[in-house]
Design a protein around this ligand. Structure first.
Ligand code: HSE
Length: 434
């Protein structure tokens, strides 16, 4: 095959970015693929696309692209999980390979779609679904394939990291920074996906499936967003030598594999603590290689286009030399057990607790007794002077490792103390030191 013909569905941020980068770098891209790559058909509802579509057939119905006999590979860049699901199924049933940037689609329907693609002898590639331009899927599937992966932890939502960075460094308002992230094309169509951790959970599920050989299990991820994070916790964390980042963590532990997305205190000296703005970074610990870190732009038109085009080049290269492109395999190897997902109450980690209590004798000793009776050891403690005219003092505690269930039970006891007002704020702490 000396030419691979591509159908592009969607001319939004990522679709337009992909077309622009392909047009700009076409000579290098085709040289790397070993064949010509041409966009022959675009599906878009836009009457006036903001990109040069000269000489390319354009249809309003994206399904015309998926059914087009002149198309070898369909780029699904429309997003969402309803029309996109139908589109990918149509492409597969018409014998087309698919490249998608759609993390929600892969996280929620990937098990079935990959099985359907395998049965049809076509491939679905989804590098752009996780961490924007960072080739993390390639790193896990290829570069680290000789390792047993112990854990991975990443900042995998660019919008959320942009918001946290701007709030903590410039004191900006949450809503104002979110509006800027939307204007810059970082945020999801529904930005609650970004700030409530759903987008990060979609990506984490994909990474965990590849790293640990398990099916995609989006419904088993524990998810906490950043919308309820208090700025005073960011400040107290800094005082204790930590930064708060919204992490996706997947870890092999005695009970199976943990999958969790939540705001996390990490020591300020860690590289991940210094990943700011829209940048993403994923730390992967393999048994042979040790810790490895992958860093780059996690969202935006051209970084995501970079990953889409990498998949396109991979598929085209195989097709050019007459090989059938390899189909991603998720799930356990035959004969090995599928790891269980560990319930969040059974996850062991260190904790940051903040409570507000009356400023009177005996309070601190009551707090310490409850924690000690629960077997929770205190690592650091700060008690602040109450502001003038206020009788409640904030008490901030860092604990050693304790199970989620133990900490929740102890916090319920703390909240029941007459001297404690409000709920106990609690955040997980990760040392990320392997
Ligand atoms: N909304 C996503 C993010 C886009 O901010 O990370 C990239 O997946």
């Amino acid at each position: 095959m000396d030419k691979v013909r591509v159908g592009l569905c969607g001319l939004g941020t990522v679709g337009a970015g992909t077309l622009n980068v392909l047009q700009r770098n076409r000579i290098e891209i085709c040289a790397r693929a070993g064949c010509d790559i041409e966009i022959v058909h675009i599906g878009t509802r836009s009457d006036k696309p903001d990109v040069d579509v000269t000489g390319i057939k354009v249809s309003r119905d994206i399904f015309d692209v998926a059914r087009d006999p002149d198309v070898d590979i369909v780029l699904e860049l429309i997003g969402g999980t309803t029309t996109a699901l139908e589109l990918v199924r149509t492409a597969i049933s018409h014998g087309k390979h698919v490249v998608t940037a759609n993390k929600a689609l892969i996280a929620e329907h990937g098990n079935e779609l990959l099985a359907e693609a395998r049965a049809a002898g076509v491939s679905i590639a989804f590098e752009a679904a996780v961490a924007g331009g960072i080739p993390i899927i390639k790193a896990l599937r290829e570069g680290l394939s000789g390792n047993r992966i112990e854990w991975l932890a990443g900042i995998i939502n660019g919008t959320g990291n942009f918001i946290l960075t701007e709030m903590s460094e410039k004191g900006r308002d949450f809503a104002d920074v979110l509006a800027e992230a939307q204007a810059l094309g970082y945020a999801e169509a529904d930005p609650t996906f970004d700030v409530e951790g759903i987008d990060a959970a979609h990506k984490l599920v994909i990474l965990a499936a590849i790293a640990f050989g398990m099916p995609l299990q989006f419904d088993k991820v524990y998810i906490e967003g950043i919308s309820t994070l208090e700025s005073e916790d960011v400040d107290y964390a800094a005082e204790l030598g930590y930064r708060i980042k919204h992490l996706g963590i997947a870890r092999r532990s005695a009970g199976g594999v943990e999958m969790r997305v939540h705001p996390t205190l990490i020591p300020e000296s860690r590289l991940l603590a210094n990943v700011n703005g829209v940048k993403n970074a994923v730390l992967v610990e393999g048994d042979a290689v040790g810790p490895t870190l992958y860093y780059g732009a996690g969202a935006g038109a051209e970084p995501t286009a970079s990953a889409v085009l990498a998949d396109l080049v991979d598929l085209a290269r195989d097709m050019a030399c007459g090989q059938s492109p390899s189909v991603a395999v998720l799930g356990a190897a035959e004969g090995s057990d599928v790891p269980q997902v560990v319930p969040i109450e059974d996850v062991n980690c260190a904790w940051y607790l903040r409570l507000r209590a009356e400023d009177k004798p005996g309070v601190m000793s009551n707090v310490a007794s409850i924690l000690s009776d629960a077997g929770i050891s205190i690592e650091a403690l700060i008690q602040k002077q109450p502001p003038a005219g206020i009788s409640h003092v904030p008490i901030i505690i860092l604990t050693n490792q304790a199970l989620g269930a133990t900490v929740n039970a102890a916090c319920a006891q703390l909240e029941a103390l007459p001297s404690v007002v409000d709920a106990v704020a609690r955040l997980r702490v990760e040392s990320l030191d392997g």
